[in-house]
Design a binder for this molecule. Structure first.
Ligand code: UTP
Length: 239
């Protein structure tokens, strides 16, 4: 199985340090966050990892260049997460399923990717989306799913608490059928003028069953200083 780690974003929420240090390379103790994410992918069974980087992020290539399981693809322009994943299409190939792990999302306490892989083995279908329960008053910050049993039937970007179909948010880990690349190739720009992965997944789940997996670990979004501090704290408590 292959895994794609998009790590080409601008990191504006973590400026000014991200002018020289990619947010994905911020240290969590002695290791950069990205190394922990690579470890999670390998633990879940990924034997080849495609890292999507941008020109300003050569530090990532330098750090991982001796790892034979990792290859790099360049996202020339930061046109969104969906566009970043699409850059890995040739490296992933057209068959089977692949993992996507956001390069700025750590999951503490459990291997979210392994839980997605296990759910896919049990349920089949065209993919499994990692989910996290969020407080009802905060749903407007996330992509929220509508479920029917284990199956996701719709996704809504940043709904109001009144209109949200659930309190389950899309949370940085995906196991997707390579058919999603076909959707991404024809995906029109969505929110913020970016090519959104969730828009392509919505088209995928309209055609084929896609499951949701509320994984057991706690997600930390290290793309913001607050999430980064939480990740450090969680690590400190486990030491
Ligand atoms: P974010 O949504 O956090 O976007 O990306 P960002 O642009 O990096 O961050 P801000 O909003 O400017 O602070 C989630 C993940 O997807 C990658 C990022 O590197 C991050 O790991 N990404 C995002 C890309 O690889 N390419 C993109 O065009 C956008």
């Amino acid at each position: 199985m292959k895994a794609v780690i998009p790590a080409a974003g601008h990191g504006t929420r973590f400026l000014p340090v991200t002018r020289v240090i990619p947010k994905e390379m911020l240290p969590i103790g002695p290791r950069p966050a990205l190394e922990l994410i690579v470890g999670e992918a390998k633990e879940a069974g990924a034997d080849e990892i495609v890292m999507v980087i941008s020109r300003g992020k050569e530090l990532i290539r330098r750090y991982f260049e001796d790892d034979p399981a990792i290859r790099f693809v360049l996202q020339e322009e930061q046109k969104g997460l969906g566009h970043a994943v699409l850059q890995a299409a040739d490296a992933v190939g057209g068959d089977g399923k692949f993992l996507v792990l956001l390069g700025d999302a750590l999951v503490a306490g459990a291997s979210a990717s392994a839980e997605l892989v296990a759910m896919s083995a049990a349920h089949g279908g065209a993919g499994v989306i990692g989910l996290e329960r969020v407080p009802k008053e905060k749903v407007s910050r996330y992509g929220i799913v509508k479920m029917d049993g284990d199956r996701i039937v719709d996704m809504v970007e940043k709904p109001s608490p009144e209109s949200a179909p659930s309190d389950l948010a899309v949370a940085g880990r995906y196991l997707l059928d390579a058919a999603v690349f076909d959707m991404l190739r024809t995906q029109a720009p969505g929110k913020g003028g970016e090519i959104q992965l969730t828009d392509a997944i919505r088209r995928l789940l309209a055609e084929k069953p896609v499951c949701g997996c509320a994984y057991s670990g706690k997600r930390q979004d290290i793309g913001s200083p607050k999430g980064y501090f939480e990740a450090l704290k969680a690590m400190g408590e486990n030491e």
